[in-house]
Design a protein. Structure first.
Length: 166
């Protein structure tokens, strides 16, 4: 659920403008933060990550799960590939191009630092270097299915050879 104090339309406009949206209090406390985050989002586009929108909220919603809802709504409302939402107590990342598994493993380090610029850089690095995102899950599924069939065939052969009752 989107908290009442979060203006999705305003955040989406900010993201479309320069890929970064800042809460006014955080922006006032850290005047260079937005510019630094813009550089990080530019680096994401120049690398293998794709476009990244980064939102910094002034406060953490009462329900931290709302951060994922905010990120998803902003992803839906913008042309960005990935949206990260950070708040003082937590954060969330959603993407149209990166797997949930890659994001989950990468966001741990992002959330482990209070330095939002470093966290954004870690997110990009960890997703692009993640073996999880590079895996061909279709091929993995095919191999697992073939393995299961082989186990069932071998099991059926041994079951037929064994006499009943002894």
């Amino acid at each position: 659920m989107i908290p009442e104090n979060v203006e999705i339309d305003a955040l989406a406009r900010d993201l479309e403008d320069d890929a970064v949206a800042m809460g006014p209090e955080t922006g006032a406390l850290y005047p260079t933060l937005e510019e630094e985050l813009i550089r990080v989002t530019d680096d994401a586009i120049d690398g293998d990550f794709g476009s990244l929108g980064y939102v910094v909220l002034d406060t953490t919603p009462a329900m931290t799960a709302d951060l994922r809802d905010i990120a998803q709504e902003l992803l839906n409302e913008t042309s960005l590939d990935t949206v990260a939402v950070r708040a003082p107590g937590s954060g969330a990342v959603v993407s149209d191009i990166h797997s949930r598994a890659a994001l989950e493993s990468a966001q741990h380090e992002m959330l482990g630092t209070t330095d939002y610029v470093e966290g954004a850089s870690l997110l990009i690095r960890n997703v692009t270097e993640s073996g999880v995102s590079a895996m061909d899950w279709g091929q993995v599924t095919i191999w697992l299915a073939l393995l299961l069939i082989a186990v069932l065939v071998v099991g059926a052969i041994f079951t037929r050879r064994r006499p009943f009752g002894g």
